[in-house]
Structures are given as structure tokens and as C-alpha cells.
Design a protein around this ligand. Structure first.
Ligand SMILES: *[C@@H]1O[C@H](CO)[C@@H](O)[C@H](O)[C@H]1NC(C)=O
Ligand SMILES: *[C@@H]1O[C@H](CO)[C@@H](O)[C@H](O)[C@H]1NC(C)=O
Ligand SMILES: *[C@@H]1O[C@H](CO)[C@@H](O)[C@H](O)[C@H]1NC(C)=O
Length: 522
């Protein structure tokens, strides 16, 4: 046993060494400022893997490691967690139109930007003489922070925890044709009818307007405030990304175009080796004669804050089912808990889903959870709550790998029949198994891919040869407005000239002598 562990350690150290031979160990600063735990879970394995390969990694986030790790330093901004639960409750309960929604996220992202720059510990780091070769930043409306790349004269990599949208596209000059690529916050799929395409176009325009009228000027102002002497132009910095890693993959969403330095890495957070479960949980799953169910509404929605009616409905449904249910529930007490329900504040979700006897995942349809469900081929009952979860749910429904239940208004019958449908109708499991096979059929594991491209960028000084020239063109050039104008102008001239001659000759024929006679009379 011990020798095995020892050999494995030696082996992994050796593999890291040969891999690093070509790439110099870099000093990396990673900034993931948001209080939503899933956004950090998405990148944690990636950042740790970089450290394990010999890079010096410094991470600014709200989630410092509990145990210290080699080559890994945390700069905690845990203060951003204050008031976060209230924000989430507000996001979930308030109805908003598109513009208000954009404002909401704008406030949220501005808060995220400021929480980094205001932090005394971050300021201390900035004042120090420490140098970084590479900045890895959450690609989500944080331009004043992107500018740190300029501050350190470092390379810049973005990680998007959901996929791409118009703001992220601009970082690498990516194209998302609005006719078949829906905005992540819409509930549209890639196949849109006329009205849906109209809606997508309209929302796209609102998005662009909001971005250029409010978000970017605001980020420029924040940058000016915190770096009064900086010569960086945040509009130039945001076009200077070497790479964006996108938590997406065509096998779990839909195919779409990407520029060469936009790389899909969905699933990079999932460990390839399932961990061992605690004995009582393993037994609870194994003892379920007709299968076990895992139920979690994610890290943002707290089950303990569900209304009394919702809790009561959930328990009545669970009690009526012949399955064992693991429920991620954040309190220690659940009065009247049915005997076939096991509650815990936290479960090793991926390890649970890896169990063959777990047959169904009742989920908020967050992207990480959805990806884990597909990774482990477990069908879903989805209860989306906010942000991109509705879009994920739309894909789940379309793909036929799960059934939707309305979180806001579900009844006993709706929830129960959804669970029974997915448990007893084999088509959901079969479909997600097929999807899972497609997702796993890749030349590289997602995490290896993320590491490969990160080090590729380091090896090739930012890999400018991978960037499309779109980044050097202005709006008019990019959209070919100047050349179009010349072409259309030319076409009009060519068309109009003969018409003009025809018109002149016809006019002369008709009016010909008459005109002259008139003139004479005058
Ligand atoms: C969640 O519920 C607890 C009581 O169980 C309450 O004190 C707290 O304010 C609630 N949180 C939110 C964000 O509503
Ligand atoms: C900006 O430059 C001025 C003049 O050189 C200097 O006094 C000031 O400390 C600098 N501010 C910062 C934040 O570096
Ligand atoms: C863009 O990045 C390169 C390094 O890859 C750097 O030399 C250059 O100054 C950056 N430009 C801007 C505008 O930040």
C-alpha cells in the first residue's frame, strides 16, 4: 500500500518534470473574486494542477485552501462573502426585465472588481516588488483587473466559468453568430424561430449598449482611480488576451465557431479518479433496493432557507418514494425527516454521482453540476433558479436527459411524477449514457487541455500567432462597413449611370422639340 503510494508520487513528480522541461516555471497571479463557490470550484483543480507542475501560483479569491499547498499562495478576500446570501435571495425572488437584469449583473461585477482593488492585502501585493509572468483572471466584466497584466507587463489568460458571451468574445475577437448562438442568459437554444432570433438580436443590442455605455466607462473610471499613473488603456488591454478557457463543450451544449485561442475545457474541475465515500453514505446508497437519488440545489440556494411549504412538499414526495435520497441540506436538523432521506451539509458530489446505484440527480442545473451529471451519465430532474441555469435546463430538456420542475411553484404531483418518470423510463438514462460517451471521447482530458494551452502560451511568449487580426481592426473595418460602402456605392453608380442616360434620352425624345419650341416662345 505505502510503496504503491510512493511509486505513484514518484511517477507523478516525474511526469510533472518532463512536462516542465520545455516550459519555464512561471510566476502566476490568478484572480477569481466572486463569492459564488461554484465559480471557484470550476478553476480550483486547474490552479492546483499548475502549482503541482512547478509554477508559483498566487490566488486572490474568497476561498483560501484549508491546508497549505506547495507553490500555492492564497490572498483571501473572504470579506466578499458578507451579504452574499441576501444578494442571492434577492436575485431569485425579484422579477426583472432584461435591462434591469443587465444592471443587476453590472452592480455585481463592479462590486467584484472593487473588492479586489480595495483589499488591503491586494494593495500590499501591488506595492511590493513582486513580479508576475502571467495573470489568469475570471473573464467576466473585470476590465480594471485585466489591466493588472499591463501593470506587471504579464501575459493574460481568461477563464470563463460558463462559456462565451459578447463581452468574452471581444477578448479574443471571437464570433458568435446571433442567428444560432443564443446569449447565455436567455432560455433559447441554437435552433431559434423568427421571433426567438428577433429576441436574441434585441437582447444582443441591449447587451452591447449596456457594455459600451455603462460597464466599460465605469471600469475605465475604476482603473483611473486605483492606477492614477498608469498608461494602460483598458480598451486595448481587453483585446490583448492570449487565451480564454471556456467551461463549455459542444458535446454537452451545441456546436459553434471559436477562434484558435478560445478553448473548450468543460469538466476540467472533475477529478478523473472517484474518491472513497464515508462508510455510512456508501451503505445508504448500496442498501437502496430500487436505487438512490442525489438531491442538491447547489451552493447558492440554501435548502434550509426553502419555505416551509416547499420543505414539506419535498419531504412528502421523498417519503412516498421507494428510493433512498441523499439531500444536500445545510442544517443539522430536519424535523420529520423520512427514514429514506439522508441529509448532510456537503457531499462529494462527483464521487456520489460516480456510484452505480445512484440513478438520478435532482439539481439546480448549474453548469458544473450538469457537466458532472453527463460525466457520470446520471439523468436529471432540473430545478433551475437563476443565471445560466435556465439555459442549461433548456438544453437538458432538448437533449432528453432530464425533466424540468419549476422551483418557484412546484407541487407534490409535479415533483413526484417528474422523479418517477426519470427513474422508471429508461430513455433518459440511455440518452445521457450516449451523451456521456461523446463527451468522454476527446483526445485529451479537459484539465490536461487547459494546462497544455496555458503552458503553450507561456512557451510562445503569449502566442500572438494564435490571435485573429480582428483584435487590430476597428468597428468599421471589422464589420467591413467601409468596403461595403464603396462596393454598394460603386454598384449604385454602375446601375444608375445607364438609367441616367436612358432617362436623359427618353426625356429628350419626349420633350425634344417641344422644349425647344417653348424656349423659343419665351
Ligand atoms: C435563512 O434562514 C435563516 C433562518 O433559518 C435566517 O436567519 C436567514 O436570514 C435566512 N437567510 C436568508 C438569506 O434569507
Ligand atoms: C503618481 O505619480 C505621482 C507623481 O510622480 C506620485 O507622487 C504618486 O505617488 C503616484 N501615484 C501612485 C499611486 O503611484
Ligand atoms: C499586450 O501584451 C503584450 C505581451 O503579450 C505586451 O507586450 C503589450 O504591451 C500588451 N499591450 C497592451 C495594450 O496591454
Amino acid at each position: 500500500m505505502l510503496t504503491q503510494v510512493f511509486i505513484r508520487l514518484l511517477l507523478s513528480a516525474y511526469i510533472s518534470l518532463i512536462a516542465l522541461q520545455q516550459t519555464h516555471a512561471a510566476n502566476i497571479l490568478a484572480i477569481f473574486p466572486f463569492p459564488g463557490p461554484s465559480q471557484y470550484i470550476c478553476v480550483q483543480a486547474y490552479l492546483k494542477a499548475l502549482a503541482a507542475r512547478g509554477h508559483e501560483v498566487t490566488v486572490i479569491s474568497a476561498f483560501p485552501q484549508k491546508k497549505s499547498l506547495q507553490n500555492f499562495r492564497d490572498i483571501s478576500i473572504a470579506e466578499v462573502l458578507d451579504g452574499y446570501e441576501e444578494t442571492i435571495v434577492d436575485v431569485i425572488t425579484e422579477e426583472r426585465n432584461k435591462w434591469q437584469e443587465l444592471n443587476l449583473y453590472y452592480d455585481f461585477f463592479t462590486g467584484g472588481t472593487l473588492s479586489v482593488l480595495k483589499s488591503a492585502k491586494v494593495q500590499e501585493l501591488l506595492q511590493s516588488n513582486e513580479h508576475f509572468d502571467l495573470i489568469i483572471v475570471e473573464a467576466i466584466q473585470l476590465d480594471a483587473i485585466y489591466a493588472l497584466a499591463h501593470h506587471y507587463n504579464a501575459l493574460l489568460i481568461g477563464v470563463s466559468t460558463y462559456g462565451t458571451d459578447p463581452t468574452i468574445d471581444e477578448l479574443v475577437g471571437n464570433t458568435s453568430p446571433i442567428s444560432y448562438v443564443p446569449l447565455p442568459l436567455s432560455q433559447l437554444s441554437d435552433r431559434m424561430n423568427f421571433w426567438q432570433r428577433l429576441q436574441n438580436l434585441w437582447h444582443h443590442l441591449l447587451h452591447q449598449m449596456h457594455m459600451h455605455l455603462f460597464y466599460l466607462p465605469n471600469q475605465a473610471a475604476i482603473h483611473k482611480q486605483y492606477f492614477p499613473n498608469s498608461t494602460a488603456d483598458i480598451y486595448a488591454v481587453r483585446k490583448n488576451f492570449s487565451l480564454v478557457l471556456l467551461n463549455q463543450h459542444f458535446s454537452i451544449s451545441f456546436p459553434r465557431p471559436y477562434v484558435p485561442n478560445a478553448i473548450e475545457v468543460a469538466g476540467m474541475h472533475i477529478s478523473q479518479r472517484a474518491g472513497k465515500l464515508p462508510t455510512d453514505i456508501a451503505n445508504f446508497i448500496r442498501d437502496a433496493k430500487q436505487g438512490a437519488i442525489y438531491f442538491s440545489l447547489g451552493s447558492n440556494v440554501k435548502s434550509k432557507n426553502l419555505s416551509k411549504e416547499k420543505l414539506e412538499t419535498l419531504m412528502r414526495v421523498f417519503a412516498s418514494l421507494p428510493y433512498n435520497i441523499l439531500w444536500k441540506f445545510e442544517a443539522t436538523e430536519l424535523p420529520n425527516k423520512p427514514p429514506n432521506v439522508y441529509i448532510n451539509k456537503w457531499f462529494a458530489q462527483s464521487d456520489i454521482l460516480a456510484q452505480p446505484n445512484v440513478k438520478l440527480f435532482i439539481s439546480h442545473a448549474g453548469l458544473l453540476s450538469t457537466t458532472e451529471a453527463i460525466h457520470h451519465a446520471k439523468p436529471l430532474v432540473g430545478m433551475p433558479v437563476f443565471f445560466d441555469q435556465f439555459l442549461n435546463m433548456e438544453r437538458i430538456k432538448r437533449a432528453g436527459i432530464g425533466v424540468f420542475v419549476d422551483y418557484k411553484s412546484f407541487t407534490y404531483d409535479e415533483l413526484r411524477s417528474a422523479i418517477v418518470e426519470v427513474m422508471e423510463n429508461p430513455k433518459y438514462t440511455q440518452t445521457i449514457q450516449q451523451m456521456s460517451r461523446r463527451y468522454h471521447d476527446q483526445p485529451m482530458k479537459p484539465l490536461d487541455k487547459a494546462i497544455f494551452w496555458t503552458e503553450y502560451v507561456l512557451r510562445h511568449g503569449g502566442a500572438p500567432h494564435m490571435r485573429v487580426t480582428a483584435q487590430e481592426l476597428n468597428f468599421i473595418q471589422y464589420h467591413s462597413l467601409d468596403t461595403l460602402l464603396v462596393l454598394i456605392g460603386g454598384a449604385m453608380l454602375v446601375l444608375l449611370m445607364p438609367s441616367w442616360f436612358v432617362y436623359r434620352n427618353v426625356r429628350r425624345l419626349l420633350l425634344g422639340d417641344c422644349g425647344k419650341t417653348k424656349l423659343k416662345h419665351n
